[in-house]
Design a protein around this ligand. Sequence first.
Ligand code: ZN
Length: 241
Amino acid sequence: MKCKNCGGVFSDELEKCPYCGTMNKRGAYKKYRQKIRDIIDRVFGLQAEAYNSISKLILMSILRGLVMIAIVIGLAFTFSRFMKVNYYNDPEYDREALEDILWEEENLDKLNEAFENNDFETVNKLYYQNTHVVSKWPHYDAFCMRKEYQDVLKDFDYSYFSSYQLTDVLYFLYNPQYFCNPLRWTQDDWNEYEEDRQEILRLMQEKDYSEQELSEIYQTNADEYGYLSSSKLDKYLKEGD
Ligand SMILES: [Zn+2]
């Protein structure tokens, strides 16, 4: 374009005449618009950058949280594995297991023989020598029943018959699960139990309790699990001889 002041020719993109310095309105306006556009671009660029860094920050926090959770779970798992491995690798554990095996090898025949001969004193002694092994012995539950029978028999030696003694008798007659696990009894054990029951019933008859009466006392006082509260049985006690 041509300068209005000096007549010099120059590009209309320029905001001033390069020869005399007179302002070129068209060029100045174009430059001004360009600057505004640049500012707008920068502002939007900054906004986009801010959104980016905020979403990155949130993502990083989530990732960090997940990594922490994974580390905690990993540590807990490793620790529990380590504890388990340690327990089974414990030489003390191996030694005890080996001692039990040796003890069983040495005493199993003695134990069975004492049981066959109704020698419960010997079984009892062996039981206190090694409760681990004896409580896993197949006759253990039948033995507990026999031991309980002898305890109940002892009750009849006292001149005074208490509600505790009556409780023992009722457990023996109606809830043997209270002191042993009859599911592990053999047919012989059941026969033995039946004989013992008959003997207890006979002794109770001497104290004026009929079989039906005893059954009713148990049925009306046992809770849903078959357990009795001896204090509730006080009213069923009869005067001794
Ligand atoms: Zn000019």
